[in-house]
Structure formats: C-alpha cells, structure tokens
Design a protein around this ligand. Sequence first.
Ligand code: PLP
Length: 457
Amino acid sequence: MIHDKMRSELESKQIFEFAKKHAYEYVDTVDEQRVFPSQESLNNLRHFDEPLPVDTGDPIKILDQLQKFGAPAATAQTGGRYFGFVDGGAVPISLAAKWMTDVWDQCGGLYVISPINGKLEAVCESWLKDVLALPQETVAGFVSGTSMANLSALCAARYHVLKNLGWDFLEKGLMQAPKLRILAHQQVHASVKATFALLGFGSQNIEWLPADKQGRLDIQQLPELDNSCIVLLQAGNANTGAFDDIDAVCDLANAVGAWVHIDGAFGLWARACPQLQYLTKGMEKASSWAVDGHKTLNTPYDCGIVLCRHPESLVTALRASGEYIIYSEQRDPMLYGPEMSKRCRAIELWATMKYLGRNGIEQMVGRFYHLAKRTEAGLKASGFRMLNEVVFNQVLVACESEAQTKMVVQAVQDSGAAWLGGTTWQGQAAIRISICSWKTTEEDIDLLVSLMSAANS
Ligand SMILES: *Cc1c(COP(=O)(O)O)cnc(C)c1O
C-alpha cells in the first residue's frame, strides 16, 4: 500500500540523502554553470511533458528527473553573475533554516496552529522596525512578495481614508463610495498597475504624475493634496534605482491627512546603511511601506513584508472571520495579510537577520552600491553612455545606437557567462544591470564589463 511505502521512505531517509547530494552538487557547480540555460537544456524540458502517471512512482527516479532536466534549466540566480531583474541570491543560513524547518510543514496562519511562526513574526516585526527606523506603532505582515505587500497596504489605505471621509468601506464597498484620489507617478513598478486593477481603482481614475529624468516623482508637478488622497511613492526605481523625495511629499500629505504608501521592494534597505540613509530621508513619516526580503536582503523567495503604522486599519481591512477561527492573545499572522494558510516565511527572515545583524546588513547593502559604482566606472571607461545616476544598486546604460544596445544585451545573454536584461528607458533601448546577490564579487563585475565592452567593439 502506498501509505506503507511513504512511511518507509520517511524512515529510511534514502530520498532525503539523495536530495541532499543533488543539492550540494548544484551549489558546488552553480558558478561554473551557464547563467541562463543552453538551448539544449531548454529543449530537454520536453521530458516533463507526460500524462499524469497511473501508478505510484519511484521517488529516486523522480528526483533524478529533476536533477537531470530541471537543474540545467534553472537560471543561476544563486551564482554571482546574474544581473537581470532585481533578484538577489540566498544567504546560506537562510537556506539551511528553510531546509531544516520545511520538515515541520507548519500552517503559519494562526498562533494556535503554529506558535513558533507567531513568535518569529513578532520578533521580525520588532527587528524590522529597529533596522528600518520606523515608528513604534508600526505592525508588519508577512506575505509572498512586494506585490502582495503593496496590495495589503493599499487595502488598509482605502479603508482608512474612506473611514475619515465618513464611509464604512467594509459594509458599503467601493461602488457608491466618496471619490478617492489615487496619485502615482508614471514610473511605478509594473506590478503596481496590476495591484490597482485588483483594487478596482481603474487606470483612468489614477492621477498619473510626471517623473523626472531619473524616474523620480517630479515634485513641482504634485497637485494640491487633500484628505481623500492616497499617494504612492517609490524607494528604488526598478530601472534607475532612484528614490522619490519622500520627505517633502510626506510633509505635504500629513498636513492634510492624506495617506502615503512607499513601494520600497528593494530600496527600503538603503535605510539600513548609514552611507545611503539619505535616500530614505523622512520615510518614517509615511503611513505604510512594502519591502522584500528576497531581493536586497537575499532571503529565499516568497518573502515580502507589509509595514503599516495604522495597525487597526490594516487588520480591519484584511479581516477574515469564521466561527471556527480561534484568535489568541498571541500574534495571529493571518490578521496582518490577506492570506490564511501560508508558509512560515518569517523563519528564513529571522535566521537571515539574526545571522547578518545590523553590521552585516549594512555591509551587504553598502557592497551592492560599491559594486554598482564599479560597474559604472568600468562601463564609462569603455565608452558606454550612462543613463542614470547610480545611487543604489542599479546601472542603466546604452550604446551609440539602439541596434548596438540590443546587440550587446543579446551577446551577454548568449555568452552564458552572465545575464542581464534590456529595457526601454525614456523611449530608447537600454541595458539594465541589477546588483543584488551577496555572491557577486569585483571580479564578476570586471568580467561583465569586459563581456559588454567586447560585444560593443
Ligand atoms: C520587485 C518589485 C515589486 C514586486 O515585488 P514582488 O516581490 O516581485 O512581488 C514591486 N515594486 C518594485 C519597485 C519592485 O522592484
């Protein structure tokens, strides 16, 4: 019977030993692997096209299939030369903690189901407030990523602002509600547009504000705010890394009772690095913030955080209730996010923060900036055109012509030695380099620069 088979697999540990062997093999070779899979590896993905088996499988063969055809089709995000998107690697302790505690398979939604997750969420909340210097009343919710964190924060904002206008959103909904003014600039992250759609705001109802050449909100163009406003700011533009003038906008908003939300998926961590802290000046004056662990902090994926200084509004806006739900005196994680059953993602975040400590976080963030400046210097010296001021971890450059720019992107991608992405910046093709893996070294940067220069000459 299948139950006996599974029981013996658990007891013998053979498949776990096998998994460990394959995992170590990957870790030991990731730096020599192609950063993006070869065409052959991509073709081999066809081995996964098969009907659902009728009979019970052989677990060793299943793991083998994953290792043989799966691993070569993974991008080497945990190596040092993946510069596409703002992704980040995984700090070893974060992987180890995840691995060790995966066997607990906890449902993280309620304290009564997983006291350890409730505890570690509370600890992470307090450490995050400390390292990001946020107001004492701030609460944190642990969600899948910044997409979900932005959504949660904007639900709180919608509830809160409408309540101030005398409208109970939970009872009466959005259809007949007093008009909210949603302000965002044209350089919001692509995911924010999806979030607005989910919230039912409608893209035509957004007051889209102009952005300057660096992709920052042009504050001269900010219209007069009032207490029906929700303003979305960015700490870290996904192309340029630029930060909006948070301080000035928060002052204007707070004077009239508007809500400011800051999308700081990767950039909020600048706050943890004294050298870069100036970028987030005044951020403690906002109402809510969204940040990822899985980008700059290099936790494994599935680690987003919503932070909100109005706990009541966040919890009320996201509240689910049911007769069978047992809330406790302790922290119930599901109150601070939209999901009920969820992974205990605070475990990896806790392990990462405990391991790095304040100094380690500062070093890691500072190093991304240092390496970005090195990239900038190298590319400038090789004749590339800089399109952004490098203030954080993003470097945006172009060649003499569109065609040349696209050709360099293609050449680097094809080389397999590094990976970066192309983008369009202010109507022109551009090359976008994100530095956010702890694994990346100065040698990796120099290699990237030489690959790009060779392709461009
Ligand atoms: C990545 C990113 C998001 C989306 O976050 P996910 O973790 O991918 O859900 C939102 N905003 C910015 C600025 C980002 O960089």
